[in-house]
Ligand binder design. Structure first.
Ligand code: FAD
Length: 421
């Protein structure tokens, strides 16, 4: 309950805005073909330490995707489409074979412009995004592989979280011990607090999901293909978030979830003109029209929220601010690489997706490239002038990551009701 630190709104305002307006729209949007397939490389080696080995629990595995619509792969391009429309399609809306590089731009820009563009794209990104042509990159059907309890725990999971917090979060200056104590984050500057809050909010969201879709019974008898029974585990939720069981930390961690929600909400509002101009190309005209309409409807609600997170209060003040922003970016990029060390494929998938979504939100908020309203009728020169580019994988990750937070907030209401029974 109550106000959210560093933002000007309350938990109650977000609960009703999210549960009544955002979640129903977003949930239906994320069932659509454009948003349900995501290309990712789950086979990269951990760059920081020897792999702990993969979790062998069956619920850690990711089901392969066999029937990706051809349109998503960029093969079904309408021959009648005029050139400028094609350009728009390649910008984050279709042409998946070349999403993460420059897609259609590759064939139209001079070598010099291409080099400039690539430098820009690498510089402004908050994430290491997989090169989608790399060996091992595959489409995953997100609906077939829901985020839920997997059984991933113990030293491997703790090593990931510890490395994120201890080595890649900014620490309060009074903290001299080997383990960072984030209970006094009030001592840190706004940007460093925001960084910690965002990571902690993501951690809360993951743990809410695993508590809400918990494996309640695995009694499948001899039928190994049978699914277990999944549902809310109130005890698991309380162990993680109850104030008494967590020394008062649980509620703060839940507020960090709301903070992260506001941050991603603001990024969507800020990028709305760009997102509304996309075609969301899958090759099926009717589907594409429906998705475009649904995105515009969702974004109009997003924009109507009265108390948006104010990114302009961050990184102001010349040289020091620029240095801090660079550190912020480097820390976050490291976290995106740590995702390749997660020892459970399902957790790695959702970890990578949510970090990419958050990285995309940070890029929208802080790269400076989204600060000017853009021409709705995007053409190549407008893109060049504004340096405006999101890949399809970033767009899909952004909406799905926000979808995870939105669902977590809805689940809090479910847990509230179940705890009162
Ligand atoms: P952990 O959640 O491992 O937390 C470790 C320590 O961090 C805690 O003891 C506490 O001191 C601190 N902490 C906990 N929460 C917060 C917070 N919100 N903010 C700040 N500090 C906190 N498991 C699944 O079942 N399904 C999944 O999909 C899944 N995805 C994962 C994705 C990633 C990237 C990672 C690293 C782990 C994932 N896990 C998943 C594992 C899960 O997050 C827990 O690590 C695991 O359930 C063990 O929980 P725990 O109680 O030991 O504490």
């Amino acid at each position: 309950k109550g106000a959210i630190d560093d933002c000007s709104c309350s938990v109650e305002t977000i609960d009703s805005f999210n549960n009544l307006k955002i979640y129903p729209r977003l949930n239906s949007l994320l069932q659509q073909v454009f948003f349900r397939y995501w290309k990712v490389n789950l086979n990269k080696k951990c760059p920081f330490w020897e792999d702990d080995g993969r979790c062998a629990i069956r619920y850690c595995s990711v089901q392969p995707c066999t029937d990706v619509p051809e349109g998503l792969k960029g093969r079904a391009v309408d021959p009648d489409i005029n050139k400028s429309q094609k350009e728009v399609k390649s910008l984050g809306s279709g042409g998946c074979d070349d999403e993460n590089d420059l897609g259609f731009l590759n064939t139209t820009l001079s070598k010099e412009s291409l080099d400039d563009f690539e430098k820009w794209a690498a510089h402004d990104s908050f994430c290491y995004i997989d090169d989608d042509d790399s060996e091992g990159s595959e489409y995953v059907d997100l609906l077939l592989n829901p985020e839920r309890y997997t059984g991933y725990t113990g030293p491997s999971a703790h090593r990931i979280w510890r490395s994120i917090y201890q080595e890649n979060c900014f620490k309060p200056s009074r903290n001299l011990g080997p383990y960072a104590d984030f209970s006094n984050i009030g001592d840190m500057c706004l940007e460093k607090r925001a960084f910690y809050r965002a990571v902690s909010g993501l951690h809360s969201s993951i743990n809410i999901h695993l508590s809400a879709r918990y494996l309640l019974s695995d009694q499948n008898g001899f039928d190994v293909s049978a699914e277990g029974i999944w549902g809310h585990n109130v005890g698991e939720f309380q162990r993680r978030f109850d104030p008494e069981l967590t020394g008062g930390e649980g509620p703060k961690r839940l507020k960090n979830l709301y903070f992260l929600y506001l941050l991603e909400l603001r990024a969507l509002a800020k990028a709305a003109p760009y997102l509304e101009s996309q075609e969301f190309y899958t090759g099926n005209e009717e589907d594409d029209r429906d998705v475009k309409r649904a995105v515009t409807d969702l974004l109009s609600i997003v924009k109507s929220f009265p108390d948006h997170f104010n990114e302009h209060s961050m990184f102001t003040g010349g040289h020091q601010a620029a240095k801090l922003k660079e550190e912020f970016r480097e820390h976050f990029r490291n976290i995106s690489r740590i995702m390749d060390c997660v020892g459970c494929d399902k957790c790695r998938l959702w970890g990578k997706l949510q970090i990419t979504g958050l990285g995309t939100a940070l890029k929208i908020l802080f790269s400076g490239n989204f600060d000017h309203p853009i021409d709705q009728q995007l053409n190549l020169s407008a893109v060049k002038q504004t340096n405006f580019q999101l890949s399809r994988e970033e767009v899909v990750a952004l909406f799905n990551a926000f979808g995870r937070l939105s669902r977590s907030i809805l689940e809090l209401e479910n847990f509230r009701q179940k705890s009162q029974r």
